[in-house]
Design a protein. Structure first.
Length: 280
């Protein structure tokens, strides 16, 4: 069985790693007025954060077209028997549902949609693991089993500088818990049942980060091997410092810095920061 691994662009796996691991990618779009850009292809994260400083109107985002998906899957059918398609959370984008639709439209390849119920490098962890297993000759069923097993320990917490982008884009659930103080608090956010919800209401970014460290410690202190990512929206220096701090504290940790690219950055805004991890 030859298994292809595809993920959407919001996993933000750098192109060189995608090439090296043979991970296929379908881009989501970021739309400025009448101009639509396929992220990671037409626009980089750095260009995006520069562009939003120059524009007075915020961009919008859209999922990949069904046509693009069926075209890609049809192309993969030439070389592969099965395809695992790992998407961002079905609660924040229609991408997963489109894969489910595309699955019945293509012939010659068995498609396995996987709802990561998260996004960014946390989603990337699933794609990297799937690619590693596919290279070792595992079939789609055993890869799907492993991905579901990973879900049990995968955790991600993040915070934004300003909640209004998330709120405006309709991606913040349970916002009533924050009413009265929406713009003053720095809540820690996380995913619950595919949706973004506040995890804890905290007043300052410093305290929120300290709390995320405590949550991380609940798992890392057990001594089990942890794979993690610090994810930032144009805050690379800060992300590198956090990575270094965690590396100095734990020797059971494999950690990388990753980023919130254009599509996710549209909803979180510049300055967002998060940590995602799972027990290997
Ligand atoms: C679309 O237009 O289909 C894409 C919508 C993307 C919404 C993104 C909301 C923020 C996600 C934060 C992920 C944090 C992961 C650690």
């Amino acid at each position: 069985m030859k298994v292809a691994v595809i993920t959407d662009s919001t996993a933000y796996i750098p192109d060189s790693d995608r090439q090296a691991q043979n991970i296929h990618m379908i881009p989501l779009n970021v739309v400025f007025g009448n101009d639509s850009y396929q992220e990671e292809i037409d626009i980089t994260a750095a260009e995006f954060y520069q562009k939003i400083k120059e524009m007075d109107q915020l961009p919008k985002t859209s999922q990949p077209s069904l046509g693009l998906m069926t075209e890609k899957l049809t192309e993969l059918a030439n070389d592969y028997d099965q395809a695992i398609f790992i998407t961002l959370s079905s609660g924040i984008s229609g991408t997963y549902q489109s894969v489910v639709t595309a699955q019945s439209m293509v012939e010659g390849i068995e498609v396995f949609p996987f709802d990561s119920e998260i996004s960014c490098m946390a989603q990337g962890f699933y794609a990297l693991e799937a690619a590693h297993m596919a290279q070792n000759g595992e079939d789609a069923a055993s890869i799907m089993n492993r991905l579901n097993q990973m879900k049990e320990t995968l955790r991600a917490y993040f915070m934004v500088d300003d909640l209004s982008n998330l709120h405006r884009g309709g991606r913040l659930n349970g916002a009533q818990a924050l009413i009265g103080s929406v713009l003053q608090v720095k809540p820690i956010l996380h995913f619950e049942d595919t949706l973004i919800v506040p995890f804890e209401k905290i007043r300052t970014k410093k305290k929120a980060l300290k709390r995320i460290f405590e949550l991380f410690d609940e798992d890392a202190a057990k001594g089990v091997p942890i794979r993690a990512s610090v994810i930032h929206a144009n805050r690379e220096e800060e992300a590198n410092e956090i990575k270094q701090q965690l590396e100095e504290k734990y020797d059971n940790l494999e950690i990388v810095v990753s980023y919130f690219g254009p599509v996710i950055g549209t909803h979180l805004g510049e300055g967002a920061l998060g940590i995602a991890w799972y027990q290997q």
